[in-house]
Design a binder for this molecule. Structure first.
Ligand code: 1CP
Length: 346
């Protein structure tokens, strides 16, 4: 069966499926002992630039779980590193930028990305597509707001103070940062599509910090520019945390699938997005730390509510927590398949 016929791609396109497809954000990574083993002695950004490691780490969760898609192992800051921004991913912290971007002169450091800046991305994807066979590979990138937040703050941030100060106080500067980031993101995604990914996910993880009217003015046009440029080449997923009040607009950007965190039930999310959108989500990743019976009950409820959407891809409401027992994820992937097939036959 070619990747084109997969339940994951069919659900993204809102076509009928025999069971609900499932994958997990951050399905690779620190919850897996085999990940910790292969990463030993290799810095995160170095791993992201080493095709053999990318292939191995991407395959690890596919070997363990009956997931319906793999996600390319990388990080949202990889294209920024590739254009020469001095940054590192610090263990236990996340991306840290040596010299945050706060003025006009600094914006010129956001030069365009070319595919030649990220040869390891193309190489790894080409290898993965061969290894995965019928399982589709999801490519991804960070959206302009979330990337801008790391660049402007200099690292992870709770309140996004400097970011919002620029957005509200120096809108011309803000728009030039977001426009440069949109262009970098378009090239990063197109490079992945050209190398063979079957779908893409654009992460605007922290955009839930922005009020709906400000999202419309300061963020929406740049995200829409990215999805317009990608067009209909592959299904496009868009996700952010705490975006209950933005779900409609996230759909209007041109995404085919809107990712939902655990705060909004899927039937309510289905009412908030425009017609013609599939939904992805939305089990609270912390529920996996509870006994299996709780996971099962919550998952059954999500599958029921997901049936009110035009298409449903099961996922967590955000990434797998590092303390998650992989056995819970293995059971969860199987349960999503059997229970959704049972519900469909009811
Ligand atoms: O050494 C390590 O293992 C570092 C931990 C780690 C990992 C495993 C980081 C640092 N990034 C990643 C991989 C990664 N990053 C993946 C692939 C894994 C998979 O899904 O299988 C993906 C999709 C990302 C994307 C990413 N990076 C996002 C968007 C997704 C999300 O979780 O919201 C964000 C916001 C980042 C930034 C980042 N990179 C790393 C960390 C710890 C963070 C978050 C920092 C913060 O809290 O602001």
């Amino acid at each position: 069966m070619p990747a084109e016929e997969s339940t994951f791609l069919r659900a993204c396109r809102r076509q009928p499926v025999p069971h609900t497809p499932v994958w997990f954000m951050r399905q690779a990574g620190r919850s897996l002992p085999e990940y910790l083993r292969v990463r030993e002695g290799t810095a995160m950004l170095e791993a992201c630039a080493t095709p053999d490691l990318i292939v191995e780490i991407t395959m690890q969760p596919v070997r363990r779980y009956a997931v319906d898609a793999a996600i390319f192992f990388s990080d949202i800051v990889v294209p920024l590193k590739a254009i020469g921004i001095d940054l590192d991913i610090k263990p236990g912290v996340g991306p840290v930028i040596a010299d945050p971007i706060r003025d006009r002169a600094a914006v010129s450091r956001l030069r365009p990305l070319t595919p030649d800046d990220v040869p390891y991305v193309s190489d790894a994807i080409k290898g993965l597509v061969g290894e995965l066979g019928h399982i589709p590979l999801i490519g991804f990138a960070g959206a302009p707001f979330t990337l801008a937040s790391y660049l402007i703050e200099g690292g992870p941030s709770k309140n996004h103070d400097h970011t919002k100060a620029m957005m509200y106080g120096a809108p011309d500067l803000w728009f030039s940062v977001l426009d440069a980031l949109a262009d970098i993101t378009i090239t990063f995604l197109q490079t992945q599509i050209d190398a063979g990914v079957s779908a893409i996910q654009l992460f605007d993880s922290w955009v839930g910090a922005v009020a709906p009217e400000d999202y419309r003015e300061f963020v929406f046009p740049h995200t829409k520019k990215i999805f317009d440029a990608i067009g209909d080449q592959v299904p496009k997923i868009h996700f952010g945390v705490g975006t209950g009040e933005l779900l409609g607009q996230l759909g209007e950007t041109g995404a085919d699938v809107v990712g939902v965190d655990w705060r909004v039930p899927l039937d309510e999310a289905a009412r908030r997005v425009p017609a013609g959108k599939a939904l992805q989500g939305n089990l609270d990743p912390a529920i996996l730390l509870a006994p299996w019976e709780v996971v099962e009950e919550r998952t059954r409820e999500i599958l029921r509510r997901g049936r009110t959407a035009e298409g449903h891809v099961f996922n967590l409401g955000h990434g797998v927590l590092p303390s998650t027992d992989p056995e819970q994820l293995r059971r969860l992937a199987d349960f999503v398949h059997t229970e959704s097939a049972r519900l469909a036959a009811e």
